[in-house]
Design a protein around this ligand. Structure first.
Ligand code: NAD
Length: 464
C-alpha cells in the first residue's frame, strides 16, 4: 500500500506545467459524445492544433469519423479529414482516457415521458470514464443540466470509484484560501455549458463567450486556459452550480418569451391584428425590448427540455417554478393551434380535413438545420393523420425519416412539384432554400405558421 501511494505521489504534476502543455499544444483532449455539440467542439480544438480523441458509444459514428465522413449536414467531410491530420480519431474504448490531459463530456440530457431529467447518459459516461482517470486530468461536463449535477453525479462518481483506484476530485483545503494551489494531486472537475445556436450564421462559435465554473480554483483556471485557446472570451463563475444555472436561465428566458408571443399571437388573430407587425414596431425601441417570434411550437434539444430540469430540481426545495410550467403549457399547445387553423382554412374552401391531401413543408425544428429532435412538425404530422388527412412531407434536410424516441414515420420526402395536387400546403419550417412565391403560386391553399409568406399577397394564404 505504501509503495502504491509513493508511485502515485511521484506522478503529481503542477497547474503551471498543465497550462504550459495547453499553451504549447502538447495537451491531449478527449471529447465524450460526438453529436451536434461534441463533434464541432472536437473540430474547433483540432483547428487549434490539439490532438483530439473522440469517444462515442455509437459504433457507426466511430466508424464514419475514422473513415473521414460526416453525419451532420453542416459539417463537411473535409473538416473531419483536416482534423485527422492534427491527430483526431474516434473510439469507443474508454481506457484511452488515461492518456489525456482534459476530457469534455457532451452527452445527451433529455427528459423522460414525465418531464423528469434522464441522467442515464451522464451517469453511464462518468461510470465508464472514472476507472481510467488519473490525477492531473481536467474533466468538464458540458451537457445542459440542473444545478448540482457536476457535484452530485460527476464528482461523487469519481470519488466513489476512486476509492478503488486511489484517485479523487481535487478540492481546496481551507488553508489554501489566498493563492491558487499548484499541486494537481487529484482530478480537476468543472462545468462549462455549451451555448451554440445551431443554424445561426451571424455569430461564429468561437465568438460566443464560454462560461466556466470549477469545483476548485485549479479546475476553473485549467478550464479557462483550455477554452481560452479556442474561444475569444471566457467568463469564470464561482461554482459549477452557478454555471449550470446560467445556462438554464438563458434557455428559460427564451422559452418564457416565446410562450408569451405565442399566446399574444392567438389573441391578435382574434382581434384582427398582425402580431408580426406589432413585434417589428416594438423592436424599434432602442432599450428594454428584445424581439421573440411566434411559431408552430418549440423544438430542439434545448428549449423544450432544459427548463424542466430546473422544475424537477426545484421540487427538492419545495418550490414551484410557475413561469416554466405555464410557458411549457402554452408552447406545447401550439401544434393544436396549427391543426385548428388547417381545419378552418380547409373549411373555408368547403373541404373537410378527413381525406384532405396535406403537404407539410419542413420537418426540422427550425430553419436550415437537420435536427428533428422535439420538432413540432412531429405532433402536427401525427395529429393531421389522426384526423384522417392524407399527409406527405417535404424537407431537403431529411430525404427520408425512420423512427425516433417519440415518432414513427418511415416515409420519404415528397418532391416539391405538382403542388396543386394537395388540398393544403402547411409551412412548418421556413428553410431558406424554399421559394415561397413559387410555392404559393403553385398551391391551392397555403397555411403559414412561420410568417414565411409575409411579403406575398394572395387570397390562398392563411396565416396561423
Ligand atoms: N444541440 C445543440 O444545439 C445544443 C446546444 C447547447 C447545448 N446542448 C446540450 O449538449 C448536450 C449534447 O447535445 P447534442 O445535441 O450534442 O446531443 P447528440 O445526441 O447530438 O450527441 C450526443 C452523442 O453522445 C453519444 N453518447 C451517448 N451516450 C454516450 C456515452 N455513455 N458515452 C459516449 N458517448 C455517448 C451519442 O451516441 C451521441 O453521438 C446536451 O446536454 C444538450 O442539451 C445542445
Amino acid at each position: 500500500m505504501h509503495l502504491v501511494r509513493k508511485s502515485v505521489e511521484s506522478k503529481v504534476g503542477t497547474l503551471n506545467a498543465w497550462k504550459a502543455r495547453v499553451a504549447n499544444r502538447e495537451a491531449k483532449v478527449g471529447i465524450v459524445g460526438l453529436g451536434y455539440v461534441g463533434l464541432p467542439l472536437a473540430l474547433l480544438l483540432s483547428d487549434e492544433h490539439f490532438a483530439v480523441t473522440g469517444f462515442d458509444v455509437d459504433p457507426l459514428k466511430v466508424e464514419f469519423l475514422n473513415s473521414g465522413k460526416s453525419y451532420i449536414h453542416r459539417i463537411e467531410p473535409e473538416s473531419i479529414q483536416a482534423a485527422q491530420k492534427s491527430g483526431f480519431n474516434a473510439t469507443a474504448d474508454f481506457s484511452r482516457a488515461r492518456d489525456l490531459d482534459a476530457i469534455l463530456i457532451c452527452v445527451p440530457t433529455p427528459i423522460d415521458d414525465h418531464s423528469a431529467p434522464d441522467m442515464s447518459y451522464v451517469v453511464n459516461t462518468i461510470e465508464a470514464l472514472a476507472p481510467h482517470l488519473r490525477s492531473g486530468q481536467l474533466v468538464v461536463l458540458e451537457s445542459t443540466t440542473y444545478p448540482g449535477t457536476t457535484e452530485e453525479i460527476i464528482a461523487t462518481t469519481i470519488d466513489r470509484i476512486g476509492e478503488e483506484t486511489g484517485v479523487s476530485v481535487l478540492r481546496e483545503h481551507p488553508s489554501e484560501e489566498i493563492e491558487t494551489p499548484q499541486s494537481l494531486n487529484g482530478v480537476m472537475v468543472a462545468f462549462s455549458p455549451e451555448r451554440e445556436d445551431p443554424g445561426n450564421t451571424d455569430v461564429e462559435r468561437h465568438d460566443i463567450p464560454k462560461v466556466v465554473g470549477g469545483i476548485d480554483r485549479r479546475a476553473s483556471e485549467a478550464a479557462e486556459m483550455l477554452y481560452g485557446s479556442i474561444f475569444r472570451r471566457t467568463v469564470r463563475v464561482s461554482s459549477p452550480a452557478t454555471a449550470e444555472m446560467t445556462k438554464l436561465l438563458e434557455n428559460i428566458y427564451r422559452c418564457v418569451n416565446i410562450a408569451m408571443v405565442n399566446e399574444l399571437k392567438q389573441l391578435c388573430m382574434r382581434m384582427g391584428i398582425d402580431i408580426w407587425e406589432v413585434i417589428d414596431a416594438a423592436a424599434t425601441k432602442p432599450f428594454g425590448f428584445q424581439a421573440f417570434y411566434p411559431g408552430p411550437g418549440i423544438g430542439g434539444h434545448c428549449i423544450p427540455v432544459d427548463p424542466f430540469y430546473l422544475s424537477w430540481k426545484a421540487k427538492e426545495y419545495h418550490f414551484s417554478t410557475r413561469f416554466i410550467e405555464l410557458a411549457g403549457e402554452v408552447n406545447r399547445s401550439m401544434p393544436e393551434h396549427v391543426i385548428r387553423s388547417v381545419v378552418n382554412a380547409l373549411n373555408d374552401q368547403g373541404k373537410s380535413i378527413k381525406g384532405a391531401k396535406v403537404l407539410l413543408l419542413g420537418l426540422a425544428y427550425k430553419k436550415d438545420i437537420d435536427d428533428l429532435r422535439e420538432s413540432p412538425s412531429l405532433p402536427i404530422y401525427e395529429m393531421l393523420e389522426k384526423k384522417g388527412a392524407d399527409v406527405r412531407y417535404n424537407d431537403p434536410y431529411f430525404p427520408r425519416v425512420g423512427s425516433g424516441r417519440k415518432y414513427w414515420l418511415h416515409t420519404e420526402s415528397a418532391p416539391l412539384e405538382n403542388l396543386d395536387q394537395y388540398d393544403c400546403v402547411l409551412i412548418v419550417t421556413d428553410h431558406s432554400c424554399y421559394d415561397f412565391e413559387k410555392i404559393v403560386a403553385e398551391s391551392k391553399l397555403v397555411v403559414d405558421s412561420r410568417n414565411a409568406t409575409r411579403n406575398i399577397r394572395s387570397p390562398k394564404i392563411y396565416h396561423c
